[in-house]
Design a protein around this ligand. Sequence first.
Ligand code: BGP
Length: 471
Amino acid sequence: MAFKNDFLWGSASAAYQIEGAHNTDGKGQSIWDIWAHLPGKTFEGTNGDIACDHYNRYKEDVALMKEMGLQTYRFSIAWTRILPTGTGEVNAKGIQFYNNLIDELLANGIVPMVTLYHWDLPQSLQEQYGGWESRTIIDDFVNYARICFEYFGDRVKHWIVMNEPNIFTSLGYMLKLHPPGVQDEKLFLKTFHHTVLAHARTVLTYKEMGQDGLIGSSIAYSPSYAATDKKEDLEAKAMFDATGPLWYLDSYFKGDYPDEAVDYYIEKQVMPVVTESDYDEMKRAALKCDFIGINYYQTSTVAHNPVDGVGFSGMNTTGKKGTQSDNGVPGLYKHVRNEKLEYTDWDWAIDPDGLRYGLELLKERYDLPIIISENGLGAYDSLTETGEIEDDYRIDYLKKHVMACDRAIENGVDLMAYCTWSFTDLLSWLNGYKKRYGFIHIDFESEELPRTRKKSYEWYKNLIASNGKTL
Ligand code: BGP
């Protein structure tokens, strides 16, 4: 296999999806603490108030990681534990929690990989100035990041500034599925641009502080195919790429926006204000990024969509396979089902070779090392009569994706780490607790939240021990 000796085999989580303890030890409220309690916003009203209770059980969880031989654990810091209202006094108990977690990981030989922002914006900043809608967020974010670097930078050497800024801004400002539940394309592009600037200034700050670790951000990446080789489908694919993956990746890792998409947005009168000094900062930061983080779940197959064609018709959050209808942007493109691929119960395309293809495209366009910060299969898991979880489908999914990584490395991709989503089962933002991703099953019906190793746990353990050879 092509994995180098310092390759990191890991697994990932995010604060809101796992920690619980939503109002413990001085933590402030985040936009998700509020949103998940609004009627009809999440699947059957599920929320992260308790989640996996990782805040209180982190030692038990780290012990399971250690036993598995996990080499890196990616988790996020809840801004509201460090600064309950987003700015102001540091909350010592929040610092203490992450110090404890980091120390516990290191004591067990696990490299901490920290995400600074995994969607849980302090509610207070949303109320004060609309959160990501205002440029004020940039300085507030950098202030928060600087505090994290000061407290944790001596031990944390892998930093992911943003998690999927493309998802939280589009679902928050276009599709009305995430807080603040707005539909306004201009605002979506503006908030996304503010994430680019917050990321850029954070990267520059990190380097100016003389910190000696690695820093980047993670984008949700769906490489695309044209549905056919007809001209109109190829054009649709090109516009999907320009307004989608390239818009997100170029801004973060080239310091620029793709011309075709800029022209399109100017004509549509939704192009955000991007000043010369923004471009300058973006470009300087792009040169300082140590890696590209990608979360890979699926590819997109794209077809022509007439001006009176389909718009956004919702996502399958029920887990009933085949209920996802085509979504698109009228006049630009639509996503269609790819008959060559298998789909999950939530209608996500399963496409391991799409990962290899995507990694190679990234190598070609950005030529940076890459961290896969998420990849995994959301599925229903059930216990056998003897209480086991035989998740062969998950093993099969992960195995094929790891093989794709191996091929990409063979083809010249500098892949540093692979993190599965997720280590334990956890809360899915919109799909509740029944869509499971973990190596560790958690019985969310039981107050004790018991943890049980799944069959995939042993499989990943062996894979890590052999550095990928036991595929
Ligand atoms: C990514 C997020 C994760 C996680 C994952 C699975 O977009 O970064 O936080 O939720 O997707 O998604 P879902 O829970 O919708 O199945």
